[in-house]
Design a protein around this ligand. Structure first.
Ligand code: AOS
Ligand code: ZN
Ligand code: ZN
Length: 424
């Protein structure tokens, strides 16, 4: 594909002098620029296979061109992102949208692009063509044993695909719930779901993790059977040490204090993974950091504090994934923006003067505590993220290179103007 290393280098050369000035400045302002650059370079965020095409709403979908038509092309797209930012070195697959018909070939392609397989995602929220039984009234919660069985079997199949590819985790997001009062016996729905999850859990390879993702509402609008972090935590605790809660930033009721949820789950050793996105109203799946960048920073503050307190490696200890949908932007541009936003929030969180914050907390100096956080948040750390990319062989300005190389136009030429990515 277009966009060779020399495109990136040529672009970096033009931008180098300005970057060096900015990097020298920030390095003089903060205590450990080198340490932060090293941590940023290690930090990788998985790209979901379903985010490479145009999403849509129930009102319509307006596909762009050149979208990947199969798993091979999805891997190529993520490889391209990774060449640009050196921080997107993993792909999160979705079954059945991404069934690898030839796993050895898919593994080799991913390895060529330096990509790992992050969490595998199962799907019992849709009926697939030819499927025997319907999930209209739920999957693992269903009152019908045969439907529950089908949902369990599907998850076992997802694990098998993951094993073939070298993934090490399964994310289970269930849309199970109810739309009207009286529709569901909550306790029975919980118990059915727990039993199903237990069967899936029993099939996990010993080194695998299972992530139980919660969501407050949608597509069910009265109750959701894994509706909040309490319910997810309950399932994960009952399941055992390989089960964890997964936090998707868009899955809370409005104004929830997500940073506090993150702190407590980490404290309990039950925070397993993340779906990054941003939202204003519900599960909007917008570009990370586009609506509430301060919240993202505060979440990273808790992540850094909590992981350090428990000795968890920042880069590998949790599953870091984006879960976004793009209705009006070029998906690849949007994903570059999301990864950049994550890196900036992480860098700012690393900047927080922990000692001073602890002292302010001990002394009930509320104003000082706020100053300490906001000093970090208001620091322009873009040169740190750019330096991390530069040293890893990536682009100083990934979006700039992407645009200058006319990547989208080339993809349209290669794949066509009316392609449909499989997925949402
Ligand atoms: C749904 O709202 C959840 O965020 C899922 O994590 C995800 O979008 C889905 O599994 C993709 O198929
Ligand atoms: Zn999600
Ligand atoms: Zn979601």
């Amino acid at each position: 594909m277009q966009l060779e290393q020399h495109n990136i280098q040529a672009h970096n050369e033009q931008a180098l002098a300005a970057h060096q000035r900015a990097f020298a400045y920030i390095s003089g302002e903060i205590p450990d620029a080198e340490g932060i650059v090293a941590r940023l370079a290690d930090f990788q965020v998985a790209i979901p296979s379903w985010a490479l095409g145009t999403g849509g709403t129930r009102f319509g979908r307006f596909p762009g061109g050149g979208e990947p038509r199969n798993l091979e092309e999805k891997i190529a797209d993520i490889g391209l992102l990774h060449r640009l930012n050196r921080s997107s070195g993993a792909i999160s697959l979705h079954i059945p949208w991404d069934i690898p018909s030839n796993p050895a070939h898919i593994k080799a392609l991913a390895a060529q692009q330096e990509l790992r397989f992050d969490a595998m995602n199962s799907n019992t929220f849709q009926d697939q063509p030819g499927q025997a039984l319907s999930y209209k009234f739920g999957s693992l919660q269903n009152t019908d044993k045969a439907i529950r069985r089908q949902a369990v079997e599907h998850n076992l199949e997802v694990i098998r695909h993951g094993v073939e590819l070298g993934s090490e985790s399964l994310t289970v997001w269930l849309s199970d719930g109810s739309c009207f009062p009286g529709q569901l016996n909550f306790r029975q729905a919980f118990e059915n779901t727990l039993r199903g999850l237990q069967e899936i859990y029993a099939a996990l390879p010993a080194h695998w993790k299972m992530f139980v993702e919660y969501k407050a509402f949608e597509p069910n609008f009265y109750s959701t059977t894994v509706g909040d972090w309490g319910q997810s935590y309950l399932y994960a605790s009952k399941l055992g040490p390989q089960a964890y809660t997964l936090v998707d930033l868009g899955h809370h009721l409005p104004n929830a204090n997500i940073e506090q949820i993150v702190a407590l789950l980490l404290m309990e050793g039950k925070l397993g993974g993340f779906h990054f996105n941003d939202s204003k109203y519900g599960d909007d799946d917008l570009t990370v950091g586009s609506i509430k960048p301060y919240q993202l920073f505060l979440i990273f503050c808790e992540l850094v504090e909590g992981m350090d307190a428990r000795g968890i490696d920042h880069a590998t200890g949790l599953g870091w994934m984006i879960d976004a949908s793009h209705n009006v932007k070029d998906p690849l541009e949007d994903l570059l923006q999301s990864v950049e936003a994550i890196m900036l929030a992480y860098a700012q969180a690393l900047l927080v003067d922990r000692k001073a914050l602890t002292a302010a907390q001990a002394g009930h100096d509320v104003a000082a505590a706020q100053e300490i956080l906001q000093k970090a948040f208001r620091t322009d750390v873009r040169a740190l993220a750019a330096e991390a990319r530069l040293r890893a062989g990536g682009a100083l300005n990934p979006l700039g290179v992407y645009r200058a190389a006319n990547v989208r136009a080339e993809l349209i030429r290669e794949r066509g103007a009316k392609t449909f990515a499989t997925g949402l």
